[in-house]
Design a protein around this ligand. Sequence first.
Ligand code: SF4
Length: 368
Amino acid sequence: MAETKIEWADFTFNPWIGCTKVSPACANCYAERDFDHRYGKAKWGPNGTRVLTNDANWRKPLAWNKAAAESSTRPRVFCASLADVFEDWQGPILDHQTYAQCLIDSEPSRFVPIIPGVQELGVEERAAGWRPVVMDDVRNRLFKLIDATPNLDWLLLTKRPENIRSMWPAVNIQSQQQADDYNELGELFRRNVWLGTSVEDQKWANRRIPQLLKCRDLSPVLFLSCEPVVGPIDLTHVLLKESEAPELGIPDVSINCLRGWYGAVSYERAKIDWVITGGESGPGARPANPDWYRSLRDQCQSALIPFHFKQWGEWVGLNDTEAQLSLFAKSDHHAFDQETIVYRIGKKSAGRRLDGRFYDGFPQRSVV
Ligand code: SF4
């Protein structure tokens, strides 16, 4: 876990490994395929395991932060590619090597494994403050690390945006900038965190985007990862249903999340600052209609929102390939209608040009 091949990030960091599928976008989860089925590092699902990554991994962001300060750059760190930072996991946290349950002592960032039957937690240890590590402990450790690395922009991408606020600790102030932000923008605002949610179709846009917009006061950048897209998405008509967010206390309403919406929590003008999209790769990859990407691009362009086309994935539209045309002849194809046919030529051949050009938009920070 370090330098990444993801086009929109410079590094990846995983605080733990393991997750549970929550929506159609998870169907072909590559993290489960590789780290559960192939390598057996963690077990996915509600009865699975969540495995802490090692201390050497946790030290890497400190080194990236130091290098960034020396080079006056701001690397983007994608956190987490093998988990969901905002998963509501009640089970034990396991150690990466022994797979034994971790314990925490009264010094909250010190985690050690305990092996049932070999070591037991006695009365004295409990009296001294030892107890099992829970996911909140790891999340707090992560946010301390985030606060200690102000030269990195941390991209937290979740499929559970409804949990963000309740799992979001106050900033650990360690710099004058953080102190200034605390005074001006509140104890929850983190200048170096970009908050994103995954949106694969309109149904999940309607469910997740309003929850993300409620986090306007936490982060300078709110973004969407529409990848893999499995249906058309209209970001200008996101339906916020009262039944799905009764805490907001407003009736069903359609919002244009690219223009702004006055959220119920911060009452700031909340909008999406950046949209990423792309297709699926790997075994079982589902074809996407090229018009779904074009529509997102056009919506962003008309609202002046940065748009990033990450990749076609396995399937590509006829006019949008850097590959040899002869590849088409031997490829699987899928017809959305008579004129819209996509071909399975593989991620590498498919490339990442949409209608002949690259879209590499990145956001400016919104003023909160
Ligand atoms: S949320 Fe992400 S890591 Fe978790 S199962 Fe879904 S795709 Fe995999």
